[in-house]
Design a protein around this ligand. Structure first.
Ligand SMILES: [Zn+2]
Length: 370
């Protein structure tokens, strides 16, 4: 994969290309934007171009370095190989490090967090001179999951960056990062993709899908290409059915949060028993967030239809009739009450899950660190 294959955010691509061609690359970049817009992918393309032996504007895709770095296209595969290699060793003694190329190191959460041992590895490794005239690139994916209490371990690299070294923090929640870290990075903001961009990409990647399915996936994904590509349309429709029932019942004044949890359980039922047991609190949060996202999407559509602003594009164009009936039967006050209740549940649920994350951290950390 090269810059030319990247979908969307052409302005950001241009900025990164100019940094490399001018040789003025900041030591620390913060890639921020919603999930699924290609932040991590673009970070890997940066690493490839910075280390390509052809030294052109783009990575050539053919030299030894480019070939080796193709491994970055399969992040789950790299992660699994590193976990297998570690076996039963203590994660604080053998940090989870993905290093497909001598100059390119990737950190991903190890359990609920990116561990202190992983950050310390980056600090040690950053003082090694990059090989082959290339650039050392450290990619930190889901940087919002850096152990908050230890994130300052990284400050040393960000403050006194070694030559030809760049750290790229990738996150969909930049404000979860410590201000000390955030303020030392050049922010690079990624915009959501347009529905047209997503639909045209789906046309190439999912040629068997009907036009209406592509439209629904693009609308439901709300700017996230990865969501559109991985969306299980049948499951989405099932979850939406529960969400619509919740919406209708609340509009009649019969709010029932159980429906929300029933929809979440439906999603959980999709994974095998094994994945359910081994999944961490982070993925439970993602699942709950997905269901909430569907409910909020429906509420947005009803608000659009009530205000006559539906040309802004509905998230659920295929059930416009049903949504119009809902919009016609509700007072603005009823919707407000529903949103407030959802917000309360969201806050409560997040608190619960955060507590779970904190407990996981205690369970994982060796006692001497605490
Ligand atoms: Zn190359």
């Amino acid at each position: 994969m090269t810059w030319a294959d990247f979908v969307g955010n052409s302005r950001v691509v241009g900025v990164l290309q100019r940094m490399l061609s001018s040789g003025r690359v900041p030591p620390a970049l913060l890639f921020a934007g919603q999930k699924g817009v290609g932040k991590f992918t673009l970070a890997t393309l940066f690493a490839r171009a910075a280390n390509c032996e052809q030294k052109g504007k783009d990575s050539c895709g053919r030299c030894q370095s480019c070939q080796t770095l193709e491994a970055l296209d399969d992040l789950p595969g790299l992660r699994k190989a590193a976990l297998d290699a570690r076996g039963s060793a203590n994660p604080e003694a053998v940090p989870l490090i993905l290093r497909p190329h001598p100059n390119v190191t990737v950190l991903v959460p190890d359990g609920a967090f990116i561990r202190v041992s992983q950050m310390r590895y980056v600090v040690r490794q950053s003082y090694n001179v990059p090989t082959g005239g290339g650039r050392a690139v450290f990619l930190i994916d889901q940087a919002e999951r850096l152990r908050f209490d230890f994130a300052d371990v990284l400050l040393k690299v960000l403050e006194e960056p070694p030559d030809r070294t760049t750290v790229i923090l990738v996150t969909s929640e930049p404000f979860q990062l410590r201000p000390t870290i955030r303020s030392r990075c050049i922010p690079v903001h990624f915009a959501p993709l347009s529905s047209a961009q997503i639909e045209s990409h789906l046309q190439q990647q999912r040629p068997k899908w009907k036009k209406t399915e592509r439209e629904l996936a693009a609308a439901a994904a709300a700017g996230s290409l990865a969501t559109a590509l991985t969306l299980d349309l049948d499951l989405y429709r099932q979850v939406r059915r529960s969400a619509l029932e919740l919406l209708r019942a609340s509009l009649r004044g019969e709010f029932d949060p159980e429906r929300l949890f029933a929809a979440t359980a439906q999603l959980a039922g999709k994974g095998s028993a094994e994945t359910r047991e081994t999944e961490d609190s982070g993925s439970k949060r993602e699942r709950f967030d997905f269901v909430l996202e569907v409910v909020y999407g429906l509420i947005n559509d009803v608000l659009y239809l009530r205000s006559g602003a539906s040309e802004l594009r509905l998230r659920n164009p295929d059930i416009q009739g049903e949504l119009e009936r809902a919009a016609g039967s509700v007072e603005g006050e009823g919707l407000n009450r529903l949103v407030k209740k959802l917000d309360r549940i969201e806050g409560w649920q997040r608190q619960n899950i955060n507590r779970q994350l904190a407990l996981d951290a205690v369970a994982l950390a060796p006692t001497r660190v605490l």
